[in-house]
Design a protein around this ligand. Structure first.
Ligand code: GDP
Length: 318
């Protein structure tokens, strides 16, 4: 790794997207670094509009930018709102990355997604699988935007010497997730569904698809910790995976949440819903070799996420 160690102490760190799953975890993690955290609400700043973003960066002059803002969603949202997924994300990235360059930002961390890798990529997916084959069709719009973001960080590093890095998190879960049953990702949707089935004493819990697809799940607070680690110790042209390297099937995920909740009904499958990518698990040897690994195991993480959901059920995003 390039010898570039950065202390965040005393620096101004802008978390773009601070209300999301990643952003809110960063707001819990960053105070330990002694930095000043900057945020802007959606009402204050529409990240999809270039001029306000550039003005905001010029006025606040952050030292560090974490680009955790994105239009995101689960398999249904991705496949039914392709225009929003590609246009919003390309716009947000373009505005913030170029604006950060203009404002002389010292370090920028762009967040991608494990869906950037080809559908048929060898599993676990290594960083160098990028652009080696066709994408999974249910999320290609989002993936194309995220790939463009990785390439922008590289381009600005190569042409202007900007210290812009890109991290690819795997499927996430945790506090402040989007618990909408239709738009959300599977982890949050599963927590919300199982809880409701238990509350209503429903005889059946319906999950989408065959249950055979395999996914890797990372606790959001672990991701925030990994991102802080990368900001401090990683400074390279290539993107880097952040995950656990461990996957489970969707059916196993359902069984785990059912057990945590103490739900006693049957789990049934709605086969009219898509399965999406057959398997998605990332190779995490690069980040492990740098000295970071995800501290929270799946059982502990989902117990915490489920407890958080039950405590905040009136106000969760959905
Ligand atoms: P993906 O990882 O990009 O495919 O997106 P998701 O996080 O939405 O995970 C989708 C996988 O979980 C697919 O195999 C779905 O069929 C399955 N799944 C099962 N139940 C649900 C559910 O209630 N919501 C979502 N989003 N996916 C579900």
């Amino acid at each position: 790794m390039a010898a570039s160690e950065l202390s965040l102490e005393g620096l101004k760190v802008w978390v773009a997207g601070h209300r999301g799953t990643v952003g809110s975890a960063l707001l819990r993690r960053l105070p330990r670094e002694g930095c000043t955290i900057l945020t802007a609400t959606r009402a204050e700043l529409d990240l999809r509009r270039q001029e306000p973003v550039e003005r905001w960066l010029d006025a606040h002059r952050p030292d560090v930018v974490i680009l955790a803002a994105a239009t995101v969603g689960g398999i249904h949202a991705n496949s039914t709102r392709p225009a929003e997924f590609i246009a919003d994300n390309l716009g947000i990235q373009q505005n913030i990355i170029h604006g950060a360059y203009q404002a002389g930002v010292r370090k920028l961390l762009f967040l991608g997604s494990s869906c950037i890798y080809p559908r048929e990529a060898p599993q676990p997916m290594a960083e160098d699988s990028l652009l080696t084959g066709p994408l999974e069709p249910t999320n290609e719009w989002y993936a194309i935007a995220k790939i463009a973001g990785i390439k922008m960080c590289q381009a600005y590093r190569r042409q202007y010497g900007c210290d812009f890095i890109a991290a690819m998190p795997t499927n996430l879960y945790g506090p402040d997730d989007n618990f909408d049953l239709i738009q959300g990702h599977v982890a949050a949707a599963m927590i919300a569904k199982v809880h409701r089935a238990k509350q209503e004493n429903a005889p059946e819990l319906v999950i989408w698809g065959t249950g055979t697809p395999r996914r890797e799940f990372l606790f959001a607070d672990d991701l925030a910790d990994g991102l802080v680690f990368l900001l401090k110790h990683y400074s390279e042209d290539g993107h880097i995976n952040v995950g656990t390297g461990i996957d489970i099937s969707i059916r196993e995920l359902a069984d785990l949440v059912v057990r945590i909740a103490g739900y006693e009904g049957r789990v049934v499958h709605d086969l009219s819903k898509p399965d999406g990518m057959p398997r998605k698990v990332m190779k995490v040897e690069r980040i492990n070799a740098l000295g970071w690994r995800a501290p929270t195991d799946l059982e502990t993480g989902f117990r915490r996420a489920y407890a958080w959901y039950c405590d905040n059920i009136e106000t969760v995003r959905r």
